[in-house]
Design a binder for this molecule. Structure first.
Ligand code: GAL
Length: 658
């Protein structure tokens, strides 16, 4: 198993490298990522390449059995690039260029930037293609987390992209509905950048997001082409940002060997990091396979102010949470806190003093455990029977028109996701055009953009025996952001057995909500209400107010061999979502691995005839977890009994007896 750190040899005197490599080796590290911001060190002047320092660093590491991942350095441009080619700097809305000195501040349609980026990539690729210590590559760094450029070249790029998508202006005018507000275009050149999510035509805004995403994917593709051709034996990945939403990550992942991602879940007071789990599942879903952690939290971090310090045991626990969800490699950010620059307080395995202290010892312990576990977990992954549709386009379209103030896509998904998590049921995150057929249960919350094919596929899924749940604002829009000319829920009407003629947001009031037909409980409906008419569906929850008596809040409909559920509001109580998750799992015949106590995460990796259960205690209290199977806890090597005891931030990795 690859276990390592993000290392910046250029930040330290060369005499220190040997000590670093030795300490890494002693900690069990066998890989480092290097060079992803070292452009100026490798190309101090245009066309003059210098790799001697990096060669020596790689040699030093290699002598200790430590391999490297090379980052293409294009996320931070040298001063000479900006000085010589000012058009490479992103242009702000007011027409001025950003000031050089940050990273991620370039224009992506700039020919000069694209050329220079290709050149440094090629120079590195040619130089390191045959290097036995180079395991693979990371393209750029966290693509998408940067300035948006409003220059004339980006505007023209957008116009060209539209021309390729729509072919004729007539088609674009139709797709965007430009009969509104005198928006019809007579020439492609008239089209402006519609970047104001709250004010511009939502169809235009959606296409702008698509264009921006494609542009970034294309930027990566330039580098990929070079790396594939020149370094065929070395892998190529990219460090994604989990729940980051500006780029269509499915597209960005498409041509990579695997996805890796950067995980920093230590903010606020200690609690269950549901978000880090959901992000891991999104990452696993991008290519439907396991992923790497390219940057993992190893200390307090921040650029000006910083987060709390991970408590003893927490660094290990955070890392195990990811392995439990499919991480096959663990790379901690960063090896050592830098004494200079913007990230001085982004603490690493070592502090400014370079001494191997508490955090080093915790990482050493964790790395040792991973090497011991590697043989068992290799070739295993999660195999959930439930899935949640995760859609970037709905996300973007909702940013322009959330319908109710509190409609935040991730929060909507999390209400369901967290309930399944608490129940010990894992889910896959899938794309809207994936075949849902492989799952017994599919949730499609807030699936706002719903082309007819998607709706038809989901309806067919239910008819064939699938269990589907969808909810508020799903199926409102077509793929170009126009409202469907149908009574909601449109083509899902039959599968869900309902009709929604009216709806409202609830800015400062709530409704009472009561369960029905065996789905018992009393809750509050808030933020938004569909006035759902149950045409054929059974009512599972209704609203309490006089004018809402005819309408349902939650419905269940038998359709073909399956069931279609609709949730027409947002519920204020977590317990409601727990009850709903239990109802859905029961109908789908999905059983949890075990019943985890509050604050304990339970997942299972399977493969090669093995079933390995991971238990992660996210709390500071001791937890007792009942085990409905016999097995061996692999870290201690001990046979398990009726239950496992997890200490504060404790973990257990249990192979179930065959
Ligand atoms: C990450 C980034 C790293 C480092 C870190 C701390 O998101 O990839 O390069 O900058 O944040 O800011």
């Amino acid at each position: 198993m690859y276990v390592g750190a993000d290392y910046y040899p250029e930040h330290w005197p060369e005499e220190r490298w040997e000590t670093d490599a030795r300490l890494m080796k002693e900690a069990g590290l066998n890989i480092v990522r290097v060079a992803e911001f070292a452009w100026v060190n490798m190309e101090p002047e245009e066309g003059a390449y210098r790799f001697d320092w990096l060669d020596r660093a790689i040699e030093t590491l290699g002598a200790h059995g430590i391999g490297v991942i090379l980052g293409t350095p294009t996320a931070a441009m040298p001063a000479w690039v900006a000085d010589k080619y000012p058009e490479t700097l992103a242009q702000k809305k007011d027409g001025t260029r950003v000031t050089w000195g940050m990273r991620k501040n370039n224009c992506f349609t700039s020919g000069a930037y694209r050329m220079l980026s290709e050149r440094i990539t090629r120079a590195m690729a040619v130089h390191y293609a045959g290097n036995p210590h180079v395991a693979g590559w990371q393209t750029d760094n966290e693509i998408g987390g940067h300035e948006v450029c409003y220059c004339a070249s980006c505007r023209r790029g957008y116009q060209d992209w539209l021309r390729r998508r729509y072919g004729t202006l007539q088609e674009l005018n139709r797709a965007w509905g430009t009969h509104f507000w005198s928006e019809a275009f007579g020439t492609w050149g008239e089209i402006t950048i519609p970047d104001d999510a709250a004010a511009h035509n939502p169809s235009a805004y959606l296409d702008w997001r698509r264009f921006f995403s494609d542009l970034n994917v294309e930027f990566q593709a330039d580098q990929l082409r070079i790396l594939r051709k020149t370094c065929p034996g070395q892998f190529v990945t990219h460090n994604f940002m989990g729940l980051f939403r500006e780029i269509n990550y499915y597209d960005l992942a498409e041509d990579l060997d695997f996805v890796s991602w950067d995980n920093y879940p230590v903010h606020g007071k200690p609690g269950v990091p549901y978000g880090a789990s959901m992000a891991a599942d999104v990452m696993r879903g991008l290519k439907k396979k396991n992923f790497w952690i390219m940057e993992q939290t190893s200390g307090t971090h921040g650029w000006g102010t910083f987060t709390r310090n991970p408590r003893p045991g927490e660094i290990r626990k955070i890392a195990y949470q990811q392995v439990a969800r499919g991480a096959d490699a663990m790379i901690w950010f960063r090896w050592r806190a830098c004494t200079a620059g913007r990230e001085q307080y982004w603490h690493g395995v070592l502090g400014h003093d370079g001494k191997p202290l508490r955090r080093y010892r915790e990482i050493k312990q964790t790395a040792g455990e991973y090497h011991a576990l590697a043989e068992k977990i290799e070739g295993t992954t999660l195999k959930p029977q439930a899935a949640i549709v995760y859609d970037y386009e709905s996300h973007w379209a909702l940013a322009a028109q959330p319908a109710y103030r509190e409609n935040r896509y991730h929060e909507v998904l999390a209400r369901y996701y967290d309930a399944f998590y608490r129940a010990g049921i894992s889910v896959d995150m899938i794309r809207p055009d994936d075949d849902p057929g492989g799952y017994r249960l599919v949730l499609a919350p807030d699936l706002y953009v719903m082309p007819d094919e998607t709706a038809a596929r989901l309806a067919e899924y239910v008819r064939g025996g699938g269990i589907l749940l969808t909810d508020c604002r799903s199926g409102v829009k077509d793929e170009s952001g126009l409202c469907h000319e149908r009574t909601l829920p449109g083509l899902l009407g039959e599968a869900l057995g309902i009709s929604i003629e009216e709806y409202e947001s609830m800015p400062d009031f709530e409704y009472r909500m009561a369960g029905a037909n065996g789905f018992d409980g009393e809750w509050t409906a808030r933020h938004y209400a569909d006035w759902v008419t149950p045409v054929k569906a059974e009512v599972l929850a209704r609203y309490g107010e006089w004018h809402m008596e005819a309408f349902a809040a939650l419905t269940r409909n038998r359709y073909g061999d399956g069931y279609g559920y609709y949730m027409g509001t947002v519920c204020g109580e977590e317990a409601f979502y727990d009850a709903l998750a239990a109802e859905l799992a029961e109908k789908a015949g999905i059983r949890p691995i075990l019943a985890p106590p509050a604050g304990v995460e339970a997942t299972m990796r399977e493969g090669n005839g093995r079933k390995i259960v991971f238990l992660v205690n996210h709390t500071e209290e001791e937890k007792e977890v009942g085990l409905p199977f016999a097995g061996t806890e692999l870290i201690s090597g001990k046979k398990t009994g009726m239950s496992a005891r997890l200490g504060r931030y404790g973990v257990a990795v249990i192979e179930i007896d065959r």
